[in-house]
Design a protein around this ligand. Structure first.
Ligand code: UDP
Ligand code: MG
Length: 310
């Protein structure tokens, strides 16, 4: 089987409303790059008519390939599945909700084609999303920027294009807790950013990443790319020790001066406070143990139901 020049990987989950537009816009954008491409849509266990639509579109356009996963594994796993299937010398990752404009693909390609860089990633200058979602996403990026030491991962999502060299490195990272923008920055090589405004989802379509899932992704990012959780425990513990040493000295000095300290309620409160802090920190430790356990189980990230190609 000849190797295509460019593979574009798009995870989709319950996107029946926009899948036709998505494929049409991608094909139009790719026409400006090369006829020698494959468009791999990874159906992440959709429960609506997404798969049927994709197969219908595929009947007219054989370069559109459809990788069906055996159930919903989440979009980071779906991307990974698509990247494993991709054959191209260059591989792009793009969300399937048209928030990442396919029209940018030719510009990414222009930057990569002369081998002056290995990775081009879209950096969001602006995003059209509900203010609540924006606020949460911005706070996450603020924290991540300060604690991860991964400069290239600031305000960056999955939208990117890599050459084979970078992709091979990227896929060799086999951890199960996957935050792909962080992993992509971690591999190094020559990375170039392409600023763009993130569009709103087309009218009437809802994000498929619930707040709960976004939060889980943010935790994955922080736990696997920073030592923030463990630092929080450490510094709070240190602060607690200093505060209680000062308070202890105050009590002793007062006693020496003949003033006995009263106050069982303050004693009760500080016990309660310390108890809950300890429980919280046990929870953080537990999270690390759980993550180590999950890595050790070494379960595959996804299973493929069927790959519609050729
Ligand atoms: N997606 C997926 N599996 C999921 C959730 C989402 O493949 O379990 C896809 C979804 O169809 C979309 C992309 O991942 O193409 C990004 O999802 P979404 O727009 O909901 O996330 P956000 O833009 O908020 O990161
Ligand atoms: Mg989206």
């Amino acid at each position: 089987m000849p190797v295509p020049l460019l593979s574009v990987v798009i995870p989709v989950y319950n996107e029946e409303d926009l899948i036709d537009t998505l494929v049409a816009r991608c094909l139009a954008a790719l026409a400006a790059v090369t006829p020698d491409f494959e468009l791999i849509c990874v159906d992440d266990g959709s429960r609506d008519r997404t798969l049927a639509r994709l197969l219908a579109l595929r009947a007219a356009e054989p370069r559109l390939k459809v990788l069906c996963l055996s159930r919903n594994f989440g979009h980071q796993a779906a991307y990974t599945a698509g990247l494993h299937a991709a054959q191209g010398q260059f591989v792009a990752m793009m969300d399937g909700d048209l928030q990442d404009p396919p029209e940018l693909l030719p510009r990414m390609w222009e930057l990569l084609r002369y081998d002056t860089c290995d990775v081009v990633y879209g950096q969001r200058t602006d995003r059209a999303e509900g203010w609540g979602r924006q606020l949460l996403i911005k706070s996450f990026h603020g924290i991540f920027r300060n604690f991860s030491r991964l400069r290239e991962a600031d305000n960056v999502g999955n939208f990117s294009m890599l050459n084979r060299r970078a992709l091979t490195a990227f896929l060799s990272l086999q951890e199960k807790n996957r935050y792909l923008p962080g992993l992509r920055s971690f591999i190094g090589f020559r990375q170039v950013s392409l600023p763009y405004a993130r569009e709103a989802r087309p009218d009437g379509t809802l994000p498929k990443m619930s707040y709960q899932r976004l939060f889980a992704l943010a935790l994955d990012a922080l736990f696997s790319f920073s030592d923030l959780p463990i630092k929080i425990c450490l510094y709070t513990g240190l602060l607690g020790i200093i505060v209680f040493m000062l308070a202890g000295m105050y009590v002793v000095i007062s006693k020496l001066r003949g003033v006995a300290m009263l106050g069982w309620s303050s004693l009760g409160l500080s016990l309660y406070f310390l108890g809950s802090i300890q429980l919280l920190f046990l929870g953080i430790m537990g999270e690390y143990v759980f993550r180590i356990y999950r890595e050790n189980q070494n379960r595959p990230l996804y299973f493929v139901q069927h790959y519609h190609q050729d």
